[in-house]
Ligand binder design. Sequence first.
Ligand code: PMP
Length: 411
Amino acid sequence: SYTGPSADEILAKRKTYLSPSLFHFYNKPLNVVDGKKQYLFDENGRRYLDGFGGIATVCCGHSHPDVVDAVINQIKRIQHSTVLYLNHVIADFAEALASKMPGNLKVVFFTNSGTEANELAIMMARLYTGSNDIISLRNAYHGNAAGTMGATAQSNWKFNVVQTGVHHALNPDPYRGAFGSDGEKYAKDVQELIDFGTSGHVAGFLSEAIQGVGGIVELAPGYLPDVYKSIRKAGGLCIADEVQAGYARTGSHFWSFEAQGVVPDIVTMAKGIGNGIPLGAVVTTPEIAEVLTRRNYFNTFGGNPLCTAAGHAVLKVIEKEKLQDNAFVVGSYMKERLNALKDKHEIIGDVRGRGFILGVELVTDRQQKTPAKAETLHVMEPDERITPPLCFTKEDADYLVDVMDYTMSKV
Ligand code: PMP
């Protein structure tokens, strides 16, 4: 049992000694002291079902014993920089990761975060093409360093500092976008950006296939194939950000871009791939990877033995426990149940996503699609995303939907 400081004491210390920009979920923030599979426990031993933490931290479940063992065994043996010495753990995980990739995406660069992965991908695209312009989507989130903040396109995540060389295309948002679900129409906007906003040559296009931070927006079908064609014609590379939606989460595919039938030139990932241990990766072709030999490229801890031991254990758990199938079966069931709630609760404007990356958007008026901000805080605190660990069960899905049903009846 837990004997540490209370939630209030921690909050007071955090306010004094930690960044004033930190925010927390819930009106009354949770002091989570234990985690097991899809459950979290607070300091009083109260159990919570985690319907959200799957993207942020864990894909195969909190404190999964295989991942815990892998980390402990590795730290007992040796932990050091990724770069300086040989270590089979790093190479083995890179090989396993490459085997999950289509096409000639076979070379892995490890990083410590998703931001770093996308920064590296953008830099490689610029070096490889000799062009500077990047196109990304409005409503995107790709990170918080100079390049990735530029590619991010939500004002609340963009500080007013120099972020040059990025153009933001119309978001192919089937619910709110001007062209509904017609992906090909939105794709024309990218061609126009190339024609009117650049020299005609671009470095690349960066997007998720399902926007996570942006509220689970699955790009309109048919969008990426056309955009990838335009980008390649303009000499650019196509970068897929799989930080949230990748890694078996969609259930139907291992990578979310696969649902659009495209093969990117560079793929980035992070968050859940280490099950809470900091780890990101960029995977690309041998030819593109060569650009980093023009200078020294060094990352002290990106993909160190401890983090890659965790990463490899996670991948094995996903396979051993058939978690992609689980995401498909339970996620589809949960989406069906959420859709059924729509008939009962006028406040539900849209149910979207696939597998275990689902979104429920609440509106005060279905015609006008006016966001129901206050109600969303009550029903879906912390936010509109349903992104559980991949081990979430049908019973968990029923519980989650029943609780939402009950809460919506009350607001
Ligand atoms: N890409 C996407 C799609 C993300 O959701 C995030 C994090 N929210 C990032 C990149 C950045 O990852 P990190 O916070 O690990 O830098």
